[in-house]
Design a protein around this ligand. Structure first.
Ligand code: UDP
Ligand code: MG
Length: 329
């Protein structure tokens, strides 16, 4: 991992790192930067903003490099291709040097104006400040329903409680970030990884705005594989469920079999029972295929994990020190 070296000796310790993953956000990036720097300029301590360009196909990377300077240090990292938001956030966490680290989306769905409030909670001795969405504005009932069901399944499956409706927008202390950076897995399901270290946590509620400009990079296909990733990387409980399902089916089949044999011996057998045979066959076939698929999901992840490939590749890093006197407009 290449670390950007700050130019010149830095006198003040770096307190806050703000990580912004960017993928095809050229439309709104300048405005995001403006709102973010407005907030950070009002914070007396030294801050840095880390933009991770996740292999954007538009000119987001050129934009990142040409953003107007502010009192914060600006670090730009571009990955060699689109590795996904999880990898982009990992890259940002590895790069960050601040005592507190905040992850925030580039589309202004997470209001930067809440940063001072988050810092205050951290100063009060909390290690993780989770930001919980009070309402999911601009999202369909179907999205809200699927998201709600996802958290229910996830929390049933996982041994570590994953806070509901808490996205990636959060603050973490240096200690927590260092622990997360040391986790060796390549399949990084961040919602789970953030919850895994524990430490002192608090949750603040906020209203999540609709996207400022542009479109979400998610679709239901991606969300489904994201959910599968989450469940399979944090729990083997579905496999246990498959075992139980198999046991129940086997016992029922045994009982039913005994009954069929007894019935045939006592009453004889006219050729009948086609519907029940079909139902049983289809049911068993379905359950078997489902369990096989489940094993496949886990096996596939083991294959990916043993390859030990890096989570992302960095193409270029840029660094610009904060300017001490900024004329705010
Ligand atoms: N993002 C990214 N890589 C991707 C997809 C998204 O870095 O492959 C970034 C994106 O630029 C934004 C954040 O992740 O800053 C959240 O993306 P989006 O708004 O599409 O997700 P949603 O808010 O709909 O969950
Ligand atoms: Mg968004």
């Amino acid at each position: 991992m290449i670390k950007a070296q700050p130019q010149g000796a830095q006198k003040r310790p770096l307190i806050l790192s703000v990580i912004v993953p960017v993928y095809n956000e050229s439309e709104g990036l300048a405005y995001t930067h403006k709102r973010l720097t407005q907030v950070l300029d009002a914070i007396p301590e030294r801050c840095e903003i880390i933009y991770i360009d996740d292999g954007s196909k538009d000119n987001s990377w050129e934009l990142v490099q040409s953003l107007p300077s502010s009192s914060s240090d600006h670090v730009g990292i571009t990955l060699s291709r689109n590795f996904g938001k999880e990898a982009a956030m990992s890259a940002g966490l590895q790069q960050s040097r601040g005592e507190a680290v905040i992850l925030i989306d580039a589309d202004l769905q997470d209001p930067p104006e809440l940063i001072p409030q988050m810092l205050e909670a951290w100063r009060g001795g909390v290690d993780v400040v989770n930001m919980k969405r009070r309402e999911r504005l601009g999202e369909s009932w179907f999205k809200r329903f699927t998201a709600g069901s996802f958290y229910k399944v996830m929390n049933w499956a996982s041994d570590v409680p994953i806070p509901e409706n808490v996205g990636d927008f959060r603050l973490m202390s240096r200690q927590v970030v260092d622990h997360i950076n040391q986790l060796p897995e390549t399949n990084r399901y961040m919602k789970g990884l953030f919850a895994w270290p524990g430490f002192k946590q608090t949750t603040l509620e906020f209203d999540r705005d609709p996207r400022a400009v542009g479109e979400t990079k998610w679709n239901y296909g991606k969300l489904f594989s994201f959910a599968m990733d989450g469940i399979s990387s944090f729990s083997i409980r579905p496999l246990r469920l498959a075992t139980w399902c198999g046991l129940v089916t086997a016992f029922s089949a045994f009982a039913y079999g005994a009954w069929v044999v007894a019935k045939t011996l006592i009453f004889g057998e006219a050729v009948s029972g086609y519907p029940s045979m079909m139902v049983v066959q289809l049911l068993l076939g379905g359950i078997q295929l489902l369990a096989l698929g489940l094993i496949g999901e886990y096996l596939g992840r083991v294959v990916m994990e043993v390859k030990q490939r890096p989570q992302y590749l960095v193409r270029e890093v840029s660094h610009q020190d904060g300017v001490s006197s900024v004329v705010s407009l």
